[in-house]
Design a protein around this ligand. Structure first.
Ligand code: ATR
Length: 288
């Protein structure tokens, strides 16, 4: 039951109607019997500052931030966590004295998802497909968790170069290199952990893939697509058909939400049982 003292959290985005976060966060609260409610808030792009002031005045305890506000919200925060500063994007806010502190739970969410599937990062040669916002969180995680080497393949080479330069500087190690997408035949190693962060292959363009050549997939022992609609992307299919292991992005979505929930409710840990139940609910919802 929601009382007059309920902790109120929500998600801001534009649009926000497709978000699975209300389903997930309200399920966590219900399963744990917490006095907590999570609401969707559609905020126009030129209303960010007003929205932050408004939710603070209304007493909101926390927020998730989704597209297109993850960067534009940063100037209006009181504090920003180091990982979020490095990734240059905030997806979670926690109320502090006088405003909000911004966090990014995408990198840690991706790591927990990989852990859950028994996928190691430390010591691995990694491929990152894409160099956009989602790639930054993945790049940060791969660096932080001590990958051996990371090659970014991107259609726009300059963006990959910039991202590699930033990450190498940040971590003080020259292990990230950039490559134009079309040069994948020049990859030196023969067994990679690949993380697919481009938007190619997302519903409704389910037959699209950034690299079609089956030879490329022979070099991938594990392929993680951060897309979760469709459940199996063409990228994942090509990885599997070349005898690799493939994982979609649903667990990353779930774990970034779990980490946010745990930031808002510091004494709480979401159990495996609740995680499995929420995954099942979200899969049902995505089936339509
Ligand atoms: P997000 O925040 O979801 O990562 P983004 O910042 O717009 O979104 O990044 C999208 C990524 O998908 C980029 O790496 C983009 O490549 P470019 O940097 O060359 O734009 C990649 N991408 C999108 N459409 C693509 C396509 N048709 N082929 C190859 N890469 C594509």
């Amino acid at each position: 039951m929601i009382s007059g003292n309920a902790k109120v959290c929500g998600v801001i985005g534009n649009p926000v109607g497709h978000s699975l976060s209300p389903l997930m966060q309200n399920y966590f609260a219900e399963a744990l019997g917490l006095d907590f409610i999570y609401v969707p808030c559609n905020v126009k792009n030129n209303q960010i500052e007003a929205a932050i002031q408004g939710i603070y005045a209304l007493g909101f305890w926390g927020l998730n931030v989704t597209v297109p506000h993850k960067q534009s919200i940063m100037p209006y925060l009181k504090e920003i966590d180091q990982a979020a500063l490095s990734i240059q994007a905030v997806n979670t806010l926690v109320r502090i004295d006088g405003g909000y502190k911004g966090y990014n739970t995408d990198a840690a969410g991706l790591y927990r998802a990989l852990k859950g599937h028994g996928i190691e990062v430390e010591g691995q040669d990694c491929l990152l497909l894409g160099a956009g916002g989602a790639a930054k969180a993945a790049a940060y995680m791969l660096m932080e968790k001590k990958a051996r080497s990371i090659t970014i393949l991107n259609r726009t080479f300059e963006k990959a170069e910039t991202l590699a330069g930033e990450m190498n500087r940040l971590f003080g190690r020259e292990i990230m290199t950039a490559m134009p997408l079309g040069d994948y035949e020049m990859l030196k190693k023969d067994s990679y952990l690949a993380i697919q962060t481009t938007s190619v292959g997302m519903h409704p363009q389910v037959d699209a893939v950034a690299i079609e050549d089956r030879e490329f997939y022979k070099k991938i022992h594990t392929g993680v697509d951060i897309i979760y609609t469709p459940k199996e992307t063409r990228f994942m299919k090509l990885v599997r058909e070349a005898n690799g292991r493939a994982v979609n992005g649903l667990d990353m979505l779930i774990y970034q939400g779990i980490i946010a929930f745990e930031l808002w409710n510091p004494k709480i840990q979401i159990s495996k049982e609740i995680t499995d139940k929420v995954r099942q609910m979200m899969e049902e919802k995505l089936k339509g």
